[in-house]
Design a protein around this ligand. Sequence first.
Ligand SMILES: *Cc1c(COP(=O)(O)O)cnc(C)c1O
Length: 366
Amino acid sequence: MQVPLLDLKAQFAPLKDETLRVVAEVLESQACIGGPRVAELERKIAELSGARFGIGVSSGTDAILAALMALGIGPGDEVITTPFTFFATAGCIVRTGATPVFVDIDERTYNMDPALIEDAITPRTKAIVPVHLYGQCCQMDPILTIADVHGLAVIEDAAQAIGATYKGRAAGSMGAMGCFSFYPTKNLGGAGDGGMIVTGDETLKEVLMVLRDHGARPKYYHSLIGGNFRLDALQAAVLLVKLPHLEAWSAARRRNAAFYDKAFAGSNVVTPRIDERCVSIYNQYVIRVPRRDEAIAHLKAAGVGTEVYYPVPLHLQKCFAGLGYEEGAFPVSEKAAREVLALPIYPELTEEMLGYVAEQVRAVAE
Ligand SMILES: *Cc1c(COP(=O)(O)O)cnc(C)c1O
């Protein structure tokens, strides 16, 4: 049996006719940037996130970059984040000219450990960027309290967590700004790149709208140095077709996760731990197994797709050598990078496929 890590064709098939229709509409209109579909998507994503405003942008990366720029973060500033995340989180901090300051993660949730934040704060610290990894929110209350006490802004990297909640509050709505990605492999994925920032702050919203258009308002009068961070109408149209299904897809991912949790109970497969205050959207279902390389090879031979998110923590990336971190600086992240393994969790998996994956994983873990 073949079980890929993700099967986007299975998701597209039932939506094909509707998607082709809306794509044709956009092409007929030849209004390809911004426009009513982008505005509608912004309204709907803001509503889903419990935030007042949505600002469509060109990617999750540009969402983070623009959010940092909107706060005026730049050279001489420090921004606290996790080293166990996708590159973009720290890459954007560096691109503003600021310095990322990493804190280690909690061993079971893989999210930033709030108990380590205060020690990382200096007079230069301007913001904290918690990352809701694999679809589970960080412990936001302690993070927000620390930010409040020290006068720091919080930007949520919610690229993997659209629709996830913490104590009933939606990912993206808890900090000053929340950043989403519509990269095709995310839970709400476009037909290419796209992203969105949500915020409850009207001033930030206005700044972000200007920043995404090269800082121009009106056109050709530049009060700020922004970028081309705009969202295409085609992406918005495709995403609007998918959005009504997001909740059911996330529920299906949770159902699949429950299947695996049960199947791995009593084995030496370490399953994901979801905090009781959180509802995860399982962008990934990540286990730990002894001897990961052997496990990957066995699963590959058995036709099961897997992936390692992420094999090198950011403080050990070559391009960040200048930050001066050594191996051993963040032992929990380093251990996770050696042991984690993502299994297929996408909504369209059948029980037969789940059973097959579970059986193969159990076999290799024993
Ligand atoms: C995907 C991702 C991003 C970047 O989003 P893009 O849309 O690919 O630019 C940023 N942070 C995290 C945690 C992500 O998973």
